[in-house]
Design a protein around this ligand. Sequence first.
Ligand code: PMP
Length: 375
Amino acid sequence: MGSQIHGHAPQMVMEAVIHQLGRGTAFAIGTEAEVQFAEYMCGRIASVERLRFVNSGTEAVMCAIKAARAFTGRSKIAKAEGAYHGLYDYAEVSQTASPSNWGPADQPNSVPVAQGTPLSALSEVVIIPFNDTPRALEILDRHVDSIAGILIDLLPHRIGLMPAEPAFVDALGAWAQKNGALLVFDEVITFRTTYQGAQRRYSVLPDLTTLGKMIGGGFPVGAIGGRAEVMKVFDPSDKPTRLPHSGTFSANPVTMVAGLAAMQQFDASAVDKLNTLSERARLQLREAIKIANVEASITGAGSMFRIHMKAEPPTNYRSAFASGQERERLERLLKNFETKGILLIGTGTGMLSTPMGATEVDRLSSAMLEALRQL
Ligand code: PMP
């Protein structure tokens, strides 16, 4: 699930954790390890001046939504149809929208994921179509005075793992700035795509960024960071505190030392090397599709790829949505992969990690060729 950027049990993470175990694992107050890791991450991401740690990506997104509300005094959140941002009621709306319930493209419905989701939660979430600037702006304009923040993933796995177009992101950023809303980038997965996260590839800076997964070095983690002025909503020395925030295991020193060790080893040259290898993986997967002459395509960037059983790579959630037949073909393809010892998650997505090399990529693409032929 993207948490093990150096594979399982990397030496430097094990050493850091074993050393920390002897010094204590959970404290009521902050630790030096927390400060060191926070300073390191602030140094790495230009838009992040202050950072707070939590225990999961879900929690990070929840805190970012609450921070946007506390900062703006507004309640609504805008998010892209189909995007996964964890399990918080508001964050998950329309993640599983389907043709039977998603409504018109210029006014997508707010579709619940979990049974029992309160209607009040749905009415606080404004759904915009990914990579469709005119429609997205039109929808946002209808809620101009009530939107606290726009939550966006720049390479959203569940939408289809296609990059957000720079013009789309610029337009969302300009709209947020003009109308007093915050721009929130969910980089829980995408932080791996460049040394400074996917936001490095875009000209607009977010007010808040959420992080998680690999930054914990394999231990439970999440983080919210951003502009100091916005992060001040969490400041417990402000009375009354605008957004009280704590967590028993948040910033526990085991996660902190594991995360710092893992991130120091995932430096700029390690990121570049992994991205180059992953580019090769995507290329070879596309070659396999061509040779097998099957209707399929590959999306992805950085160290990620996703297989679609469609001839053309999709560009948004609705075009990526698999028909019954495409879903059935993907399921069979993934079963074929399993017989070759390769386990991909149900969406047909894979992520590479630093111990991998040409051998693993060749194994992946030849498995792909065989799996496609078996179809
Ligand atoms: N945001 C994104 C973009 C994610 O991919 C995920 C996890 N897949 C989350 C948030 C939630 O993270 P976690 O599973 O750590 O709660």
